[in-house]
Design a protein around this ligand. Sequence first.
Ligand SMILES: [Zn+2]
Ligand SMILES: [Zn+2]
Length: 144
Amino acid sequence: MSKVTGKCLCETVSYEIEGQLGPIFNCHCSKCRRWHGAAFRTRASIRSDQFRWLSGEQNVTTYPSSENVTKHFCRTCGSPLISTYKDRPDVIGVPLGGLEGDIQGEPEAHIFIASKASWHQITDSLPQFDSWPGSESRVRNTNA
Ligand SMILES: [Zn+2]
Ligand SMILES: [Zn+2]
């Protein structure tokens, strides 16, 4: 079973993910942009049983960014670590930026592009969605 590890900026907190990452998306929502201080957040969903803290778990603190979502981050360096969901306790959201080594898979789509930063241009041909891919969202543009 393949494993990937990740850690925070100050390296107090480290973690391990066993097995395949779920679908990878570039999320352009304003909360991800603010949390990461970046144009977008590249993230994957995994099952919670795939995830294990390796060190520094006592240094992880949380912030409820919405009714449903809790953000977990390092209390020393502030690095974003994982997201957990009240309505989906079996799922964890992981930002790919903190992972080390080779990752299997690559982003499949841009999501929440309605809140994309005005100064950022998407130049690849991945599908773009206004929310999560699925029946309720529509493909904006495929640049194909
Ligand atoms: Zn840290
Ligand atoms: Zn987002």
